[in-house]
Design a protein around this ligand. Structure first.
Ligand SMILES: [Zn+2]
Length: 432
């Protein structure tokens, strides 16, 4: 492996000297596979994963309702599930995931209308995904190889917080499951309706940083630790919230200013370069501006909260939490700006609308989980995947239009699994 990162050196020093850690002497929490949590016994692990799988099928059943109703602007809570053809309400056992569909043999009890097998597949798939995420979070070394290092390892600040150890995998599993379920719903709705509902993407922008800091969101790339602490010649580290605040406010302020300027840029590009058969109206501009304003508000909110953490929480836990929050904010900005710029440049180059603004709003919150480097890997993986599948479809002479949202979702998952290893082996040595 590459040389130890500055982060690692500092924290090793901190836990040796106890200056910042205030007497804690815990093993280094950021190294792969060195969680201080005692792994559950095999049988306990199997039981937990099995319960997660069953719980996942229930969630899958609910996500079926969400993917059907949300793009049709119907409430996802009421009325209870009913047959879309004859309107008969489902009894309690027919609502049971997997079992209900199998007992009915895929047909309505009253009118015999076929119930699509996708509902069964969704329940099974979400059950399997949920079990898999819980296994990864409870036992991060269960999957060997590149997957040994990633966001499922648990939040470093939580490990240093002195809170009960079981909270670490419980919170990382909850956060990652929320993300996986969200990506699945957004992808299915995008595939069927070529739209990602604003409730989904704007809601995720708002909560992404709090979910992200429940996970190991610093797996990809490094963070300049001299923003956060000053280390003297004998290894004593003192937090420097003033330096950290200047960097944070400077970067976020610059990005916010650019966002504001980008509105004018957008008007210029879209009203001038769009193809005649794709008219761009002032209403379209207004829609984008509303999205930009929401994103700016979310970024401002999380910047203020990060500053409060940096100034008010003492000790190693507070310093690492501030770092994780800053990575989440920078990741969201990187996710937003990368795709936004690609869209603007593409529109000028190809003289047609090259930006799905829904995709920008989807990628931004993924940056909170992946960090500013990881989200670029996600975009790269998504583009490669999109090109490969596009070429295959072209070769098969299929003319289906696949929206970019599902590719971004897969790209983000791929980045979580592969980017830490790719970055450490390929790019980090070049940057050092
Ligand atoms: Zn029916």
């Amino acid at each position: 492996m590459a040389a130890a990162s500055p982060t690692r050196n500092w924290l090793q020093a901190a836990s040796r000297t106890g200056t910042v850690s205030q007497g804690e002497n815990l093993p280094w929490p950021l190294a792969p596979g060195s969680s201080r949590l005692a792994l559950p016994a095999m049988s306990d692990l199997a039981i937990a994963v099995a319960i997660a799988g069953v719980f996942g099928t229930l969630i899958g059943s609910f996500l079926n309702v969400v993917t059907w109703r949300m793009p049709r602007n119907q409430s996802v809570v009421t009325p209870p599930s009913r047959c879309p053809v004859c309107g008969t309400g489902l009894s309690w056992w027919e609502n049971l995931p997997v079992i209900g569909w199998l007992a009915l043999r895929g047909h309505c009890r009253h009118c015999d209308t076929a119930i699509h097998p996708r509902y069964l597949l969704m329940e099974l798939a979400v059950g399997a995904l949920t079990a898999g995420v819980v296994l990864l979070c409870l036992d991060p070394v269960a999957v060997p190889g590149v997957l040994g290092h990633g966001p499922w390892q648990g939040a470093p600040w939580l490990m240093k917080s002195g809170w009960p150890g079981w909270l670490v995998p419980a919170l990382s599993a909850s956060a990652l499951l929320t993300l996986v379920w969200y990506l699945l719903v957004a992808s299915i709705i995008d595939l069927e309706h070529t739209i990602i509902p604003d409730e989904l993407s704007k809601g995720m922008q708002l909560i992404a940083p709090v979910l992200a800091v429940c996970t190991y969101n610093c797996a990809i790339g490094t963070f300049p630790i001299d923003w956060l602490v000053r280390i003297n010649e004998i290894g004593h580290a003192t937090p420097t919230p003033g330096v950290f605040s200047l960097w944070l406010v400077g970067i976020v302020g610059g990005a916010a200013l650019l966002l504001w300027l980008s509105e004018a840029c957008l008007r210029l590009v879209y009203e001038r370069y769009m193809a005649p058969n794709e008219p761009w109206t002032p209403d379209d501009t207004r829609g984008v501006v509303v999205g930009v304003r929401w994103f700016q508000t979310v970024i401002a909110l999380w910047t203020v909260l990060t500053l409060i953490v940096a100034w008010s929480l003492p000790g190693v836990a507070g310093v690492i939490l501030a770092m994780q929050l800053a990575l989440a904010v920078f990741g969201m900005l990187a996710g937003w700006w990368s795709l936004y710029l690609v869209g603007l440049i593409g529109t000028v180059a190809f003289r047609r609308n090259a930006m799905g603004f829904g995709d920008v709003k989807l990628l931004a919150p993924l940056g909170a989980f992946l960090g500013p480097f990881g989200v670029l890997y996600a975009l790269a993986f998504a583009s490669v995947l999109g090109s490969v599948i596009g070429i295959v479809l072209l070769a098969l002479r299929r003319t289906v239009q696949i929206p970019f949202g599902p590719y971004l979702a897969l790209g983000a998952i791929a980045a979580m699994a592969l980017a830490p290893a790719v970055h450490a082996r390929l790019l980090a040595p070049l940057l050092n």
